[in-house]
Design a protein around this ligand. Structure first.
Ligand code: KG4
Ligand code: ZN
Length: 342
């Protein structure tokens, strides 16, 4: 048995988890900061970093305590290297480096976006090794990425958004209508009472063979609609607008996934992960339209958590040609934006 302690601090959740063999979650502690950021309508990086600093110690202790293991039972530590908010990442990485150095444990840097996919495999009945090759969609506030996975640690990027991420469009449209951050759950709740066909929506990225996503056009269309209906809206109109927006936002994901699956007949499964994967209408549409066994994460592993970090970290350790590489600490955080001097 290999026990990995996962640590996540890339955005507004401070999280730690203990996971056995990349599959069995002994504990997963998530301290969310949503209430700190809500009044600003989005995550404030400086506030996030300071909150991580205050929370990280307690969260890691709680993960160990809840799992009933001491640090000495842990085989390796995995931490989110990026992408994310640079100040927030640095808190988790510095803490994890200190812990690894003091306890002489390997430290595994993990890509947050790719780790989301492993969230979809936690707690499923199927043996994950039977799922490959797989198509994986990570649909969150920062990414709309589709990967071809031939094994647990190989991520070949097939498609991505050329502008806004899908979750970001939910957040921006929600803000337009005065709904609370994060916008996805608020829109989903209102959409449940609305009629998706009550407002015609533009179909984004209709061109059949273009394997890219785009959400800025749909968002702009919603801005224009809002201008046509200024002031306060009736509950019914708001529900209809949310339902129509949500149907197209999710419809685009379904259409492109269907195309990608068709182009890869060798694929044995579809893994859908990230915050937007929590949307129940999305799960219904996938069930109806996608002709390949599809796995969504349990709700607690859709949004940011450390169990997914520990899970991917485990596979990186297991597949490493030279596990000694994880004794090195001379690497740094990478954020979403890479700056170069040229
Ligand atoms: O994966 P995540 O927690 O953080 C990132 O790494 O971005 O994803 C957060 C995103 C937000 O944009 C949020 O509005 C969206 O996921 N989201 C949803 C739902 N729950 C969260 N979008 C649609 N429907 C939901 N139920
Ligand atoms: Zn995330």
């Amino acid at each position: 048995m290999t026990l990995v302690l996962g640590i996540e601090s890339s955005c507004d959740e401070t999280a730690a988890a203990l996971v056995e063999d990349g599959r069995i979650v002994h504990s997963s502690i998530i301290a969310t900061q949503i209430d700190l950021h809500q009044k600003f309508g989005g995550v404030v990086p400086e506030i996030a970093a300071r909150a991580h600093l205050q929370l990280i110690d307690k969260v890691v202790d709680e993960a160990l305590e809840k799992a009933g293991f001491g640090l000495d039972a842990v085989d390796a530590i995995a931490v989110t290297q990026g992408p994310g908010l640079i100040g927030a990442l640095l808190v988790g990485i510095s803490y994890a480096k200190g812990l690894a150095l003091a306890s002489a444990k390997p430290l595994i840097p993990v890509n947050h976006v790719e780790a989301h996919v492993h969230g979809a495999m936690l707690g499923i009945d199927a043996d994950p090794e039977t799922l490959y090759p797989s198509i994986a969609l990570v649909v969150s506030g920062g990414h709309t990425n589709v990967y071809l996975m031939r094994e647990a640690t190989s991520f070949e990027l097939l498609a991505y958004s050329i502008d806004d991420a899908c979750g970001e469009s939910f957040d921006k449209v929600a803000k337009l209508f005065g709904l609370a951050y994060p916008g996805g759950p608020a829109i989903e709740r209102l959409a449940r009472g609305g009629k998706p066909d009550s407002f015609a929506m533009p179909r984004m990225m209709e061109q059949k063979n273009k394997l890219v996503f785009s959400y800025s056009g749909l968002k702009t269309y919603m801005v224009n609609l809002r201008q046509r209906y200024p002031g306060s809206l009736s509950e019914e109109t708001l529900q209809d607008l949310c339902a129509a927006f949500q149907e197209e936002a999710l419809g685009q994901l379904i259409r492109k996934l269907a195309l990608i699956v068709q182009a890869h007949p060798e694929v044995r499964s579809l893994l859908i992960a990230g915050g937007v994967a929590a949307n129940l209408r999305f799960r219904e549409l996938a069930d109806k339209h996608l002709r390949v066994p599809t796995y969504f994460p349990q709700l607690r592993y859709c949004s940011d958590n450390a169990a997914m970090i520990a899970a991917l970290g485990f596979h990186q350790l297991a597949k490493a040609k030279d596990p000694g590489v994880f004794s090195r600490l001379d690497w740094d955080a990478f954020s979403r934006y890479q700056f170069t001097s040229s």
